[in-house]
Design a binder for this molecule. Structure first.
Ligand code: SF4
Ligand code: FES
Length: 374
């Protein structure tokens, strides 16, 4: 279980014990009927035969609760592809975890939703890809997906499960944000999360077709501001803006090894969903070590924890406790070094180059997507 990693220089210096994680994302499976072009799951997906068994997941949930995790996000792939989803939910709830199901809706029936409600599921986060069956199904690569989502939203509300809509926005649907918010109101969601696409995993392959334009991003910000005012007290609107057009990076994962952890379908424990792209890091598995040991002691979790790993630019910056130096996986993808300042930062020497490259993407909104497995 010793997945040794050459930690960045200085990473092991004066570090106090971190607080326990607040949230855990359990990627129950990578199986998924949809083929969203912005999928952040890795290019090589975990096979069904390698997935943790029911009892193994239940053991992980129990360990998570003991460690101090409060929120459990049941995700995938499509978590409804797991036949034991209701059983897993019931177990999570029995350990006192707040359970959130992150789903495309495909694979959920009315009966299954009521079983999840009876098992104590606290919340459903339902993805939407667009505002019409044609547009949404083209993006997700799954015919009939839109209609199923509308049905699932209705069943969730009837079963008394609070609903959030989750819309990943990109060049080909970003002008529909207004209508997506209207849809959330019609479906009686309490919240909508509008998140601009990130380029991890499969999404990287569709970057040219997904990258929004500066004008779209500005319009989106305006739309969100007006909608927040209009629907105050009725709908909560979360917005993750496009960091390629921002001055500062986002605090990815709330800081590496600081707030949350991800467990892959086969049980590898990651500080973020794209961490496996970072060369030199290796990850322990729940089959080989206790979750608490992985969180507190493993080389991967300690690699970019705290401030010791930071380049001087970040270490001497007043925002280091706001964004924690940005995203390590994005730094790797754009600067070739996971230990660099996130190139999205206006102080990064790479920022101007990034802006020029970003504005070079074509503005057309009909470019075809590359779909996984097709
Ligand atoms: Fe954040 Fe580093 Fe940029 Fe400061 S220099 S704003 S800490 S990324
Ligand atoms: Fe890995 Fe941001 S996705 S640190």
């Amino acid at each position: 279980m010793s997945d040794a990693r050459t930690a960045p220089a200085g990473a092991a210096r004066t570090r106090s014990r971190p607080p326990p994680p607040m949230a855990m994302l359990a990627e129950l499976t990578h199986r998924c009927p949809l083929a969203c072009p912005y999928c952040s799951n890795p290019i090589d997906l975990t096979k069904a035969s390698e997935e943790l068994a029911t009892e193994e997941w239940i053991g992980v949930f129990e360990q998570a609760a003991d460690l101090g995790v409060l929120h459990l996000h049941l995700s995938g792939g499509e978590p409804a592809a797991r036949r034991d989803l209701v059983e897993l939910t019931r177990a999570a709830v029995s350990f006192g975890l707040y359970s959130n199901l992150i789903t495309s809706g495909v694979g959920l029936t009315e009966e299954r939703i009521y079983s999840l409600a009876e098992a104590g599921l606290d919340h459903i986060q339902l993805s939407i890809q667009g505002i019409s069956p044609e547009g949404a199904d083209r993006i997700s690569g799954y015919k009939g997906g839109y209609d199923r989502k509308i049905a699932v939203a209705g069943w969730a509300i009837e079963a008394g499960i609070p609903l959030t809509l989750n819309a990943v926005c990109h060049r080909q649907n970003m002008d529909e944000i207004d209508a997506m918010i209207e849809l959330a109101i019609r479906l009686k969601a309490r919240r909508i999360e509008v998140a601009t696409v990130q380029f991890h995993g499969w999404a990287e392959r569709n970057k040219a077709a997904l990258m929004p334009t500066r004008e779209q991003v500005e319009r989106a910000t305006e739309t969100i501001t007006k909608a927040r005012e209009k629907y105050k007290g009725i709908l909560v609107i979360d917005y993750v803006p496009a960091d390629y057009y921002s001055s500062y990076p986002k605090a990815c994962m709330g800081g590496w090894g600081r707030v949350g952890l991800n467990v892959t379908p086969s049980g590898r424990v990651l500080p973020c969903h794209a961490a496996e792209t970072i060369p030199g890091l290796s990850f322990e598995t729940v089959r080989g070590a206790p979750l608490s040991e992985i969180w507190y002691e493993s080389a991967a979790f300690n690699a970019y924890r705290g401030e010791d790993w930071m380049p001087e630019l970040c270490r001497s910056c007043e925002r280091k406790k706001v964004d924690f130096g940005g995203c390590r996986c994005q730094a790797l993808a754009l600067a070739g070094d996971a230990g660099a300042t996130d190139p999205v930062c206006i102080r990064s020497p790479l920022r101007q180059h990034l802006t020029r490259e970003t504005e070079r993407y074509p503005a057309t909104s009909s470019m075809g997507f590359i779909y996984r497995g097709r």
